[in-house]
Design a protein around this ligand. Structure first.
Ligand SMILES: [Cu+2]
Length: 212
């Protein structure tokens, strides 16, 4: 009798576990992964732009179409945030490569185009990672781009005609259609960022394939 009760209890427990597992699996198919990213319900179109990269080549929406891109907005005279972020992004890129995960293209758009020429960016951006792309160009177009994607930029006068630039340090992730899908707020931790990207990009791809 005792044995039968025990058997019944084990069977109930097994059923409950099976039911829980099936539910988790179903939830996993649709629920977004647990990351630090802000996932945009409505992907944001960065608009049309015609800028120039650190090699002197055109940088337009075509350069981000068909691949995942991680965007960062900064400037070469930046004393701390930009060098730190580019160092972090290099660690992220290496971690994703080691994990065999999708490695988004990394683009730094200058918010100081008056001082950041393509030549200046060529001395700066590839120093952190040969594959990273520095982008500069027309000040009006860069302003329009930052406004569209929600990056705040402020120019602050210093002594002797000098100035510095206060800028949002969020990272944006655009998908193969060129639209912003997610953003990451600072501070950026290389391990979390790599882990989040390795989960997010395949999740977005499954979602897009399923048409949901
Ligand atoms: Cu900066």
């Amino acid at each position: 009798m005792k044995f039968k009760l025990l058997l019944a209890a084990v069977m109930v427990a097994a059923l409950a576990a099976g039911f829980w597992f099936a539910q988790q699996q179903r939830a996993g198919a649709v629920a977004e992964p647990d990351t630090d990213a802000v996932i945009l319900v409505q992907p944001r179109d960065p608009g049309t732009f015609r800028l120039v990269d650190h090699r002197g080549d055109a940088f337009t929406p075509a350069e981000v179409t068909g691949q995942w891109t991680l965007w960062f907005f900064g400037f070469t005279h930046c004393p701390d945030v930009c060098p730190m972020t580019l160092t972090t992004l290099n660690l992220v890129d290496r971690a994703l490569a080691d994990a065999g995960a999708v490695r988004p293209q990394v683009v730094m758009v200058s918010v100081d185009p008056a001082r950041d020429s393509p030549e200046k960016l060529a001395e700066y951006v590839p120093y952190f990672n040969e594959a990273f792309v520095g982008v500069t160009g027309d000040a009006g177009q860069i302003r329009e781009l930052t406004e569209r994607v929600g990056i705040l930029v402020r120019y602050i006068a210093q002594d002797d005609d000098a100035y510095t630039v206060d800028h949002g340090a969020a990272l944006l992730l655009t998908g193969p259609d060129g639209n912003v899908r997610a953003l990451f707020q600072a501070p950026h931790d290389p391990h979390r960022l790599a882990r989040d990207l390795a989960e997010l990009i395949p999740w977005f791809e499954r979602k897009d394939e399923a048409g949901t």
